[in-house]
Design a protein around this ligand. Structure first.
Ligand code: NI
Length: 394
């Protein structure tokens, strides 16, 4: 299958050019009008059936090999971030305050590259390929959920789904995969303690919101240590505590905000419930009232074991078995999680760091960039997922 590598090499300049064009013209979530237009034009030019305007700015292409077989979905997120581009390169963002600082420009170009190759290789696979260009990954509630609600995984029904993220945590030439929990569910909570204000010298006449909030913050620390099973990963962090007016005034209000990171839905619900029980109990004990809000972000990314094993074999052909690494789970979120709740699939971290070229910035950094050779790895991976799907035995 060395011909796949050669084919990727042939289209690489075009993929790079597309990536740089998207990079220079970034668009925020659900506003990816120009990006979507280009995606649709490229797909239509390849003779791929295209649906536009899904979940506002999403584009979905369907390629039929003409032979019966599985439907494999390949997904790219296409949105940029509200970050000021600080790079000194000729493809730097031309849009003030907006930047592809997470590499989604590369994801889009990679999937277009895969579409270019697969549309010319219809004799080399069976079944169908669905190319999902998803808007708005960066902001909750994200584009994946509405796309699914609009039927992106149906007609034809998707059997397996593959996604990837260019990853500057890993060096160029590596691919990270892991079965099971890969990225966390990321939630937010806000607690308001409602006490009774008063003079600092007469605490018996007040209900001190500072004292109640302090008890709440300390008690929240016991959720992970005392209520969650020791082998379950979970984080409860209070990131903000606000109260008070002056040194001699007893505060009537206090606000406690934080985040919860989990990998299991059971643990997630348990923590949500425990936070409120603690707030309710402590407030009652001190004669205070409270307001509690819990906002669920994306669920955890849980990859399918069998599909991930298949992806490992495919990735080994792309970068060599020694460069397929066991991905380290991260506590960041990804709305690819919603697809994985419905369809077995996997998500790859494609190494994009290259210190020699000075490409070593973390994601969302104003100088974030990728080693563009990672685009070739991404294209080859996506193409081979489809070409070798017989081995997946869906
Ligand atoms: Ni991202």
């Amino acid at each position: 299958m060395e011909d796949v590598k050669a084919a990727v090499k042939d289209i690489f300049p075009r993929v790079k050019e597309l990536r740089r064009d998207f990079h220079a013209h970034p668009e925020l979530g659900f506003q990816e009008v120009r990006t979507s237009k280009i995606i649709a034009e490229v797909l239509e030019g390849l003779g791929i059936q295209v649906k536009k305007g899904l979940a506002k700015t999403g584009v979905v292409g369907l390629l039929d090999s003409g032979k019966p077989g599985p439907t494999v979905a390949l997904r790219a997120d296409i949105d940029a971030l509200p970050v000021k581009d600080a790079k000194k390169v000729d493809y730097a963002s031309k849009v003030e305050g907006v930047c592809h600082a997470c590499g989604h420009d590369g994801h889009t170009a990679i999937l277009l590259g895969a579409a270019m190759l697969l549309s010319s290789m219809k004799d080399k696979f069976s079944g169908k390929v669905k190319f999902i260009f998803q808007p708005c990954e960066e902001q909750i509630p994200g584009g994946a959920k509405p796309l699914i609600e609009e039927g992106v995984l149906e007609d034809p029904k998707v059997d397996n789904i593959f996604g990837l993220h260019l990853w500057t945590n890993y060096p160029i030439g590596t691919v990270g995969l892991k079965s099971g929990p890969l990225m966390a569910a990321a939630d937010a909570f806000e607690i308001e303690i409602i006490g009774k204000g008063g003079h600092g010298s007469a605490p018996h006449e007040a209900v001190d919101a500072v004292v109640v909030a302090s008890q709440v913050v300390m008690a929240l620390q016991t959720i992970v240590s005392r209520s969650v099973a020791p082998l379950e990963p979970a984080v409860v962090s209070v990131g903000m505590l606000k109260a008070g007016y002056n040194f001699n005034v007893i505060a009537d209000r206090a606000t406690v905000c934080g985040t919860v990171r989990t990998y299991s839905e059971v643990v997630r619900s348990l923590i949500e419930g425990r936070i409120e029980e603690i707030v309710k109990g402590i407030s009652a004990a001190y004669g205070a009232d409270y307001r509690f809000e819990y906002s669920r972000g994306y669920p955890a990314v849980i990859t399918d074991e069998r599909v991930t094993e298949y992806a490992r074999q495919v990735a080994a052909e792309v970068v060599g078995a020694q460069n397929v690494i066991e991905a380290v789970p991260v506590m960041g979120g990804e709305d690819f999680a919603y697809y994985l709740q419905r369809v077995p699939g996997t998500f790859a971290f494609v190494g994009a760091r290259n210190e020699e070229k000075g490409i070593d910035k973390p994601h969302h950094h104003p100088e974030f960039d990728i080693d563009e050779n990672a685009l070739a790895v991404g294209v080859e991976l996506m193409v081979r997922y489809v070409l070798e799907n017989e081995r997946l035995k869906i």
